[in-house]
Design a protein around this ligand. Structure first.
Ligand code: FAD
Length: 376
């Protein structure tokens, strides 16, 4: 086994978080290695619904990060060197019952106060905004900034950008152990690295798989997950122009440029990130499709051509863990950013700026509030 030395930073995990951090650190003059078990952005970051919603951040504190992320995807040609199908369509979030209407008003008031340009609109106004809507919603909220992008395009864009910035990218290279050494870390990886990488700092950008990497550093944190089910329809004539969300259950749907309708979130599928195999739960999928049809009647006869499931990371307080790890000098964590496709490029830049000694545009989310040392 060979040893590769002299890296300023090793980034473990090549999703949107790891890739963004690595890109900014490399452009900031650091010698960076990215170690990714599969391909860049092939897990949550490359199989998500691509929704960029300013109404959806799970916590109001994340609104400025969502606005920042949306802006970065809108201008991805400038900083990433590639367009990734950004579309601004405007989005409606729907309430069907009095209870949901109350929840919608509270939720949107908080997000509006945090900076999202959201208006709560009557059901009639919502139908003017989106004529495809059914008569069932009793209240809605609208944000003109909502849109989507094509997450399947970001892996190759990051690969090109990282190579251009002279970062060393190792795909199909699972990290199997991390040891603290005198002046940094020894990162053991298989696959295309086939060696031990020595780096002065390490960033864990390992998404729902972060329990083991934290354990190697003598730490533990309550990083949970949800199993999002996705469904895509056959191509249809246009049935819906806006992004639609449902306040209860977090279901979202959109019709993209090729006419297919993407329905995601809602009732979950079956699986565990640390175990083999996942299963789409048929009754939950049918529930999601029924809900979509309840919102847009023209989806009544829709045929679903593909389904898939992916893991989305979560934390108990719905805030991410982004910053230096407690008690392990030189180690950093970025995880638990639930709307991580939207927020990702901005959150990654915030942590990279901090590591480069620059003033980040927004604060970090101290991992020490939830991550603790565990006896070895
Ligand atoms: C089905 C689905 C739909 C979603 N829809 C949306 C949406 O519409 N809008 C939105 O904003 N967000 C959405 N999300 C959430 C968003 O995709 C995630 O929050 C975001 O991609 C997380 O990025 P990440 O880089 O932290 O994680 P990931 O993309 O999962 O990256 C982590 C990487 O770490 C690698 N890794 C782990 N352990 C190791 C190891 N030991 N060695 C090497 N590599 C390792 C993994 O292989 C993986 O590539 C969705 C998520 C899913 C699953």
């Amino acid at each position: 086994m060979t040893s590769t030395t002299g890296f300023d930073v090793a980034v473990v995990g090549g999703g949107v978080m790891g890739c963004t951090i690595a890109l900014h650190l490399a452009r900031g003059g650091m010698r960076v290695a990215v170690l990714e078990r599969h391909g860049l952005c092939t897990q949550a970051s490359g199989i998500n619904a691509g929704t960029l919603s300013m109404q959806h951040p799970p916590h109001p504190a994340l609104v400025p990060y969502a606005l920042g992320g949306r802006d970065l995807w809108r201008t991805s040609g400038d900083w990433l060197g590639a367009e990734i199908g950004f579309r601004e369509r405007g989005g409606l979030v729907l309430a069907f019952t009095d209870e949901e209407a109350e929840a919608l008003e509270t939720r949107m008031a908080e997000r509006k106060a945090a900076g999202s340009p959201i208006e709560v609109v009557s059901a009639g106004r919502a139908r003017e905004i989106e004529p495809g809507l059914s008569k069932h919603p009793i209240l809605a909220s609208y944000c003109a900034l909502d849109g989507f992008a094509n997450s399947s395009l970001i892996g190759s864009a990051f690969r090109t950008a990282l190579n251009g910035a002279s970062a060393e990218v190792h795909e199909r290279s699972p990290v199997t152990a991390i040891e603290k050494t005198g002046d940094g870390f020894a990162i053991h990886a298989a696959g295309s690295v086939g060696s031990v990488i020595q780096a002065r700092r390490v960033v864990l950008a390992t998404g729902v798989w972060s329990a083991q990497p934290l354990k190697w550093l003598g730490l533990a944190g309550p990083i949970g997950f949800v199993s999002n089910q996705m469904a895509v329809s056959e191509r249809m004539d246009r049935v819906v122009s806006r992004m639609l969300g449902v306040v209860a259950g977090n279901l979202s749907l959109k019709q993209v440029d090729n006419g297919t309708v993407l329905i995601g979130g809602g009732w979950q599928g079956l699986g565990h990130p640390e175990k083999e195999g996942t299963a789409i739960l048929r009754h939950n999928l049918i529930g999601n499709l029924r809900m979509a049809r309840h919102a847009v009647p023209a989806l009544g006869d829709v045929r679903i051509v593909r389904t898939w499931l992916g893991y989305r990371d979560d934390t108990p307080d719905r805030l991410p863990l982004v910053g230096p790890l407690p008690g392990v000098e030189g180690a950093f964590l970025i995880v638990g950013v639930r709307d991580g496709f939207t927020v990702g490029p901005f959150m990654g830049k915030v942590l990279a700026d901090f590591m480069l000694g620059r003033e980040p545009e927004q604060p970090l989310f101290d991992p020490a509030r939830l991550v603790v040392a565990v006896p070895s």
